[in-house]
Design a protein around this ligand. Structure first.
Ligand SMILES: Nc1ncnc2c1ncn2[C@@H]1O[C@H](COP(=O)(O)OP(=O)(O)OP(=O)(O)O)[C@@H](O)[C@H]1O
Ligand SMILES: [Mg+2]
Length: 386
């Protein structure tokens, strides 16, 4: 098992933990506080030689100048106790300065006190009888034994403090929320990029392949008119004409799946009516919305309804379905239900999990209730401004 942080290493079984480098790394991490500590003491000593009002100003200037250096040092030495790379977060410089100020004023001496007690304690106990030969004999025996027994305890203490201090520095430099925000933003960017790509594909298909098929279909129609009725050539051209019309219909369907023009032009309500109207299963639509919603909300809801209607036509065997949509207290709630066989399972395909992913990007939620025997209810909630 590979541990990424000192705190993770603490959860290992004792022997692998004690044999690992983590206690040593944590000791080095804490002892490294000698550097900022020595610098602070040096400044303090130097200031005692300077006349007082000047001394204070000079001390503050020196400390302010040392902040970026201490901040860099904190970031670098964090790797000793935490091997996870720090993500880029907003206000990074400010956060680092905060950690540096804490180090200069408090953390360095706490580190050194902890390190002093835990690292020096056991060796001092072990060496006590040799350093002080006139010690009471009982103590002379007990002291090294206690020292040896305390060695593993010291390894745990030093790792616990080193790990906790590392976790605190990480929390200050890269709070979990900021990282999540960044991840969400990058996912949102990805979805936006996907949307643009979908529109481009739709335009390309619409202006390219669809136009060609339209003119092919018209040419075949005209050719059919010129051929004698009942001739073999006439029959074949009529067949080709039908085939071209079917290909055109399929292409139109495909384009609508890639990107709904109705949705862009007339909003979610119209788009849901449109997609429900093309479903092979009769669908009752009851969508009542207060005007247009934000574009990402509309697009996401549209794909949820499309996928749910495709699914129920493909898998449920339902005789009837219903779609409802309302905005309640700033949240768009859309439900798609069918009276089919039920037993929907997101693990069996990519459609439902894909929808859940889409929804998480816009801060929404997908819930599914589909007991075997039915009915099936797909419910989607997205917070929206209007
Ligand atoms: N309305 C439904 N009624 C009954 N079963 C359903 C329903 N919707 C989905 N299922 C079941 O749940 C499974 C998962 O659905 P999902 O949409 O994730 O995948 P899929 O439709 O099989 O494939 P795709 O990745 O093309 O969407 C389906 O394979 C189907 O067995
Ligand atoms: Mg599906």
């Amino acid at each position: 098992m590979f541990d990424r942080t000192a705190l993770e290493a603490l959860t290992r079984r004792p022997l692998p933990f004690l044999r690992s480098a983590w206690p040593w790394r944590c000791a080095a991490y804490l002892v490294a506080s000698l550097l900022p500590g020595a610098a602070v003491l040096a400044v303090a000593v130097a200031m005692t030689d300077v006349p007082s009002p000047f001394g204070l100003v000079l001390a503050l200037v020196v400390l302010a100048l040392s902040i970026p250096l201490v901040a860099w040092f904190e970031r670098v030495r964090l790797r000793l106790v935490d091997a996870v790379p720090l993500p880029r977060t907003p206000h990074r410089r400010l956060r680092e300065a905060g950690v540096a100020v804490m180090t200069v004023f408090a953390l360095w001496w706490i580190d050194l006190l902890m390190a002093g007690f835990t690292i020096l304690g056991p060796p001092l106990l072990i060496l006590a009888p040799f350093v002080q030969p006139d010690i009471v004999p009982e103590v002379g025996v007990a002291s090294p034994v206690a020292g040896v027994l305390l060695l593993p305890v010291a390894a745990y203490t030093v790792t616990a403090w080193g790990g906790a201090r590392g976790a605190m520095v990480r929390a200050l430099l890269a709070p979990q929320g900021s990282e999540l925000g960044e991840v969400l933003r990058s996912r949102a960017r990805l979805v936006d990029a996907f949307e643009m790509e979908r529109r481009r594909i739709e335009r390309d298909l619409h202006d390219g392949a669809q136009q060609r098929l339209v003119s092919l279909s018209m040419t075949l129609g005209l050719a059919g008119l010129d051929l004698p009725v009942g001739s073999e050539a006439g029959r074949l051209v009529a067949l080709a004409h039908d085939e071209a019309k079917r290909a055109l219909a399929e292409l139109r369907e495909l384009i609508r799946g890639v990107h709904s023009q109705v949705l862009t032009d007339r909003g979610l309500g119209a788009a849901v009516h449109d997609v429900a109207g093309r479903s092979p299963v009769p669908v009752d639509v009851d969508v009542d919305l207060p005007g247009r919603l934000p574009a990402p909300v509309e697009v996401t809801a549209y794909y949820v309804v499309s996928e749910a209607l495709t699914n129920l036509a493909k898998h449920s065997g339902a005789a009837r379905a219903a779609v409802t949509g309302r905005v309640t207290r700033g949240t768009l709630v859309v439900e798609v239900r069918d009276d089919g066989a039920g037993g929907a399972d997101p693990a069996k395909g990519t459609g439902l999990t894909g929808l859940a992913d889409r929804l998480s990007v816009v801060g929404g939620r997908l819930s599914l209730s589909s007991p075997v025997g039915g009915p099936t209810l797909v419910r989607m909630e997205i917070p929206c401004a209007s």
